[in-house]
Structures are given as structure tokens and as C-alpha cells.
Design a protein around this ligand. Structure first.
Ligand code: NAD
Length: 255
């Protein structure tokens, strides 16, 4: 699918990887609706990107909020052609703490936002995409989800995050298979470590240890490198049902 003249929902688009996608897609002639709980950043980014961008306040776990964001995309720009789901949170906690055990609420919250929230956006976006006009090969839409290499080799303390991202990776193929009859492709990206606000709060020694684990290039990824892959996924119709690592050959160590 070409980007020019198409409309995409970017969940979690106020910051980091999602914001980079909003910039890149609008730069290629697409329109975007940034759906996020961070209203200040999202609205500022939308106004910076101009007429082809809008902000819709939405929590990915909330059916009505995501529904309103999709309605905004259709009202402002016409048909929806795809969704990029970048909304996510990271919390580290060991199973056994010095003073007790891991919090069940904290585990639930990470899974709720990263996995349930992603599924919520996917199901509502897919419902909108099934009535979009057919393009070449009968293509109607593209959905990109964000997993993580933590789905495969995550570190001590990352049980909740790994479970949530493993869930995103695992549901990619069954959803792609199901939606294929509507001409909707579904692909996930599993990033390594990227330089975003999510990583800024991480202690310097941890950042250095992570960067040391990246064979080449030996640095954190830049958000636009993630957005460039999302652009490629949208434009390359043969990509479907896959989880693509984008990690400089990084394989995270236990700590
Ligand atoms: N940065 C990395 O190294 C890295 C690596 C692997 C995977 N990821 C994943 O990439 C995605 C984007 O992360 P990022 O690094 O850009 O982080 P970020 O914190 O910069 O951006 C995440 C965005 O999601 C939004 N968000 C959080 N909870 C939300 C909710 N309930 N509803 C709607 N929006 C919500 C935040 O407001 C923020 O704008 C996340 O899913 C993250 O887990 C990041």
C-alpha cells in the first residue's frame, strides 16, 4: 500500500517510536490520528505536523476512547487504511522481592496495557478496515503491532513485560490468518533497545550494559529507524503474519 493519501491510526503516537511513525508517515503524504493518553505531547505533535495530523485522547484499554479515535480518523480524513500500535509501558519487578513477592496488580497492569490494549486497538481498527475500499491484490489495510525482543530473551525482573510482548508476538499469526480474507495484513516489530523517553529514565550503568550487548551497530536504535521499517511493512504487500526483529543482532543477557 502506498502512503500518499492514506490514513493511519497511531496508538501511542505522542512519544518515542509512535511519534517517529507519525512524523515519517505524514512526511510521505499520509494522514495520521495520534491516539494517546499523553494529551499535551500528542496535541503539540499533531499541530507541529500540520493539517494531515490530528490528536485523539484515548487509552488503548478503553473501547470507547479507541472507537472515538477511529471515528476522528474517518471524520477528518475519510477511510482508515491502517493502524500502528506503539502504546506500551514497562515496569520491572522480580518475582521474589526482599520484602515479599511481586505485585499481582503491577503484573496485570503491564499485560492490560501492552497486550489487552494492543488487541483492543487491533480488533476495532480491523472492524473499520474491513469496509475500506479494496486496493491492489484486494488489499484493504495494514496493522502493525509492537512486540519486543523481550518476547524471546528478556531479563530478570521482566516477567510481566515479557509476557505482554510474547503475547503480541504470538497473536500476530492467528490474527493475520483470520484477517487475510478481508485483505488486511498484520505484522509485528520486535525492537531491541531504542532511544526513546521510555529508555531515558534507565540508569546510566544499565544503559551502558545494554549498549554493550548490541553487536552492530553498537548503539541504541533511533526512533526513525523503527518508523522506516513500519513504512516498509506498509508498502510491501508480501509482508504478513511475521514478527520482525529490529535489534542490531542483540540477544539480551539475563541481567
Ligand atoms: N524503546 C525501546 O527500547 C523499546 C524496545 C522494545 C519495545 N518497545 C515498545 O515500543 C513501544 C513504544 O515505546 P517507546 O519506547 O516509544 O515508549 P514511549 O514511552 O516514548 O512511548 C509510549 C507511548 O505510549 C503511550 N501510552 C502508554 N500507555 C498508554 C495507554 N494506556 N493508552 C494509550 N497510550 C498509552 C505513552 O503516553 C507514550 O506516548 C512500547 O510498546 C514499548 O514497549 C520499546
Amino acid at each position: 500500500m502506498q502512503l500518499d493519501g492514506r490514513t493511519f491510526l497511531i496508538a501511542g503516537g505522542s512519544s518515542g517510536l509512535g511519534a517517529a511513525c507519525a512524523r515519517r508517515l505524514t512526511g510521505r503524504g499520509a494522514s495520521v490520528v495520534i491516539a494517546d493518553i499523553d494529551e499535551r505531547r500528542g496535541a503539540t505533535l499533531a499541530s507541529e505536523l500540520g493539517d494531515r495530523a490530528a490528536f485523539a485522547p484515548a487509552d488503548v484499554t478503553d473501547e470507547d476512547g479507541v472507537g472515538r479515535a477511529i471515528a476522528t480518523a474517518r471524520d477528518r480524513f475519510g477511510d482508515l487504511h491502517g493502524a500502528v500500535v506503539c502504546a506500551g509501558i514497562h515496569r520491572a519487578e522480580k518475582v521474589l522481592r526482599r520484602d515479599g513477592v511481586a505485585s499481582l496488580d503491577a503484573f496485570r497492569r503491564v499485560v492490560e496495557v501492552n497486550l489487552v490494549g494492543t488487541f483492543n486497538v487491533v480488533r476495532l481498527a480491523a472492524d473499520a478496515l474491513r469496509s475500506a475500499p479494496e486496493g491492489e491484490d484486494g488489499e484493504r489495510g495494514v496493522i502493525v503491532m509492537t512486540s519486543s525482543i523481550a518476547a524471546y530473551e528478556s531479563q530478570v525482573g521482566q516477567a510481566a513485560y515479557a509476557a505482554s510482548k510474547g503475547g503480541v508476538a504470538s497473536m500476530t499469526l492467528p490474527i493475520a490468518r483470520e484477517l487475510s480474507r478481508f485483505g488486511i495484513r498484520v505484522v509485528s516489530v520486535a525492537p531491541g533497545v531504542f532511544e526513546t523517553p521510555m529508555m531515558v529514565g534507565v540508569a546510566e550503568d544499565v544503559r551502558r550494559s545494554l549498549a554493550d550487548q548490541i553487536p552492530f551497530p553498537p548503539r541504541f536504535g533511533q526512533p526513525d529507524e523503527f518508523a522506516a521499517l513500519v513504512e516498509h511493512i506498509i508498502t510491501n504487500r508480501m509482508l504478513n503474519g511475521a514478527v520482525l526483529r529490529l535489534d542490531g543482532a542483540m540477544r539480551m543477557q539475563a541481567r
